[in-house]
Design a binder for this molecule. Structure first.
Ligand code: NAD
Length: 273
């Protein structure tokens, strides 16, 4: 069982969930079913992933009641705006075959379109109507978060951002802690690129764990919500077997030193459209 992180709205999210970016719609049912069987109770999808229907199939067929599975989906960039966001949400809900969503995120700020405040107002309305339990953002920088707060007074429950040992987002994490925003790590394993890092493999050896497990444990130990992805059943199970150990402070300190100004893998949120 994953521990949970409490949001600023009082709701809770499992700290370890399952991400499905790049899982094709036809494969999403099997992957999500394997994840639920392995113990995951949180699934992270997005309209742009094109697999909300496959995720919905798995949720509908699952022996675990849907109310016990935390579902996140995201508003795509081209659907930003007040009315368009409401319509896009409706479409996601239908594809997922759900009546409500646990967490709805604005996927990217897209500052060049300047629609994220309007989009945020739509998410606030969805929450007021009870169609979404919690609302948050993804890939927002401090300036974008400040603007949401200044213009709507509503602080996101969570910000899902690229975060892994080579890109640790220390300034943003400190801001989140000050503002009561949960931090969620995407590409928590650096899309697999971190698995041969010598510092991490040495720590893994010391604990008798895999490198992926050590990285995920690091995320949990520093308080992140984390959503690793795999379509390989054995790895899906392995990535959930991280609740029987904790990293010693010296190992957390060694991982902290891997932070690298050039460690970012994904696009720049200030320019990505
Ligand atoms: P990840 O860091 O979770 O890495 C996934 C890859 O690592 C797998 O494809 C596999 O190759 C490898 N892997 C996973 N477990 C392994 C194991 N135990 N042993 C060996 N190799 C293993 O990368 P990700 O998929 O980019 O990120 C995770 C999730 O984050 C996504 O599925 C998605 O839900 C979310 N995400 C969100 C955004 C965003 O903009 N909000 C962007 C990227 C990803």
């Amino acid at each position: 069982m994953s521990p949970t992180i409490r949001f600023n709205d009082g709701k809770e999210i499992p700290q370890l969930g399952f991400g499905v970016w790049q899982v094709p719609n036809e494969g999403a049912n099997a992957a999500v079913t394997a994840a639920i069987e392995a113990g995951y109770r949180s699934i992270d999808t997005a309209a742009i992933y094109g697999n909300e229907e496959g995720v919905g199939d798995a949720l509908a067929a699952s022996s675990v009641p849907v109310k016990d599975i935390f579902v996140t989906t995201k508003l795509w960039n081209g659907d930003q705006g007040y009315d368009t966001a409401l319509r896009a949400f409706e479409a996601s809900l239908k594809k997922l075959r759900l009546e409500t969503i646990d967490l709805y995120l604005i996927h990217w700020p897209v500052p060049s379109r300047d629609l994220y405040v309007e989009s945020w107002k739509a998410l606030i309305k969805l929450r007021e109507e009870g169609l979404v339990a919690s609302i948050g953002v993804s890939n927002f920088q401090i300036a974008h978060l400040e603007r949401l707060k200044a213009e709507t007074g509503v602080v996101p429950a969570i910000n899902q951002v690229e975060l892994h040992p080579r890109f640790q987002q220390k300034a943003l994490r400190a801001y989140h802690a000050k503002e009561g925003i949960a931090t969620e790590a995407w590409s928590p394993l650096g899309q697999g690129t971190l698995l041969s890092d010598p510092t991490l493999t040495a720590i893994a050896e010391k604990y008798g764990k895999s490198t992926a497990q050590v990285i995920l444990r690091w995320h949990l130990d520093i308080g992140n919500v984390v959503i690793p992805k795999s379509v390989t059943p054995a790895r899906i199970v392995e990535n959930f077997q991280v609740f029987d150990f904790k990293l010693a402070p010296e190992d957390i300190a060694a991982i902290e030193k891997l932070d690298d100004p050039k460690g970012k893998i994904g696009p720049d949120p200030d320019t990505f459209a």
